[in-house]
Design a protein around this ligand. Structure first.
Ligand code: AMP
Length: 280
């Protein structure tokens, strides 16, 4: 496995690969890799000649009150996992090389980025699409794979790719969960044992919602019931519980089409998200 820190060196490598007519698959991450990240690498691996994984904790997508400073890191462990997955190139840029002095150009985002995490994390999606566009220009992937765990992020990135006519196929992988249902996340490392148990309410609430939809519930009841299940974990502070059109991410008044139930909850200082697409 080759390792690049310098964006220009990585870009030169990618240019040579593409000039030879070979394909590049790409999985961007913030590191502290878990089975969810590895599942995306396994989706990308057979679809490309060269698999690139980036590890970059992107300061642009963190608000001052977010967890940038304490985001978990494990460079050596991540490199070993990438080697085991047959990754060809690990790209490890630094904030100083991605955003050198004078950097000043940012993408803006539209209505898809407005609800959910766009409301509670101002500037987050601008930071995400700006770094993803930079990474795409450096890595020059033919296919890039993202997780459905970050449902809104996936929608916003797909939109950006269409809006800018980027020659990248965006593929996605389903959310990988722990045996007890908790969605894997690098942030799970923050949870103490009690919070780890409380966090199971996310998965439980989504399971119950799926059953309620099958039984013919309505949106208001569904949201109220989901909030009640999450609140049973008394210290859990709900950021949002929202039911939106699965494609447009707009509010729904009836369960007459595919919808996404998206939740974000604080367990102590740790904010976790999860979602479920529900098809009435
Ligand atoms: P992150 O390192 O959290 O920025 O995530 C990097 C990529 O992995 C994103 O496309 C995420 O959506 C995806 N991802 C994170 N957690 C999971 C999971 N539990 N299952 C599948 N994909 C995931």
């Amino acid at each position: 496995m080759r390792r690049f820190e310098d964006p220009a060196a990585l870009q030169a490598w990618a240019r040579d690969v593409r000039a030879r007519g070979e394909t590049i698959g790409f999985v961007p991450t913030m590191g502290y890799l878990h089975a969810g990240h590895l599942s995306l690498m396994r989706i990308a691996r057979p679809r490309c000649d060269h698999l690139v994984v980036s590890i970059f904790v992107n300061p642009l997508q963190f608000a001052p009150t977010d967890d940038l400073g304490r985001y978990p890191r494990d460079e050596a462990g991540d490199a070993a996992k990438c080697t085991a997955e047959g990754v060809d190139v690990l790209f490890f840029p630094t904030p100083a090389t991605m955003y050198p002095p004078g950097f000043q150009t940012h993408l803006t985002v539209g209505p898809l980025a407005a609800p959910l995490c766009g409301t509670s994390r101002a500037g987050h999606f601008e930071g995400v699409v700006t770094v993803v566009l930079k990474l795409f220009n450096l890595v020059q992937p033919t296919v890039a794979v993202f997780g459905e765990k970050d449902y809104q992020q996936l929608a916003v990135i797909r939109r950006m790719v269409r809006d800018f006519n980027l020659a990248v196929e965006v593929a996605s992988g389903p959310t990988v969960r722990e045996a007890d249902g908790l969605a894997m996340s690098s942030r799970n490392a923050y949870l103490d044992p009690e919070q780890r148990t409380q966090a199971l309410s996310l998965h439980r609430a989504l399971d119950e919602a799926e059953q309620a939809v099958a039984a013919g519930t309505d949106p208001a009841t569904l949201i109220a019931r989901t909030r009640a299940i999450l609140r049973e974990q008394s210290p859990a502070e709900i950021d949002y519980v929202d039911l939106l059109d699965a494609t447009e991410l707009t509010p729904v008044t009836a369960l007459d089409r595919p919808v996404v139930l998206a939740v974000a909850v604080h367990f102590g200082g740790t904010r976790l998200i999860d979602n479920r697409v529900l098809r009435p």
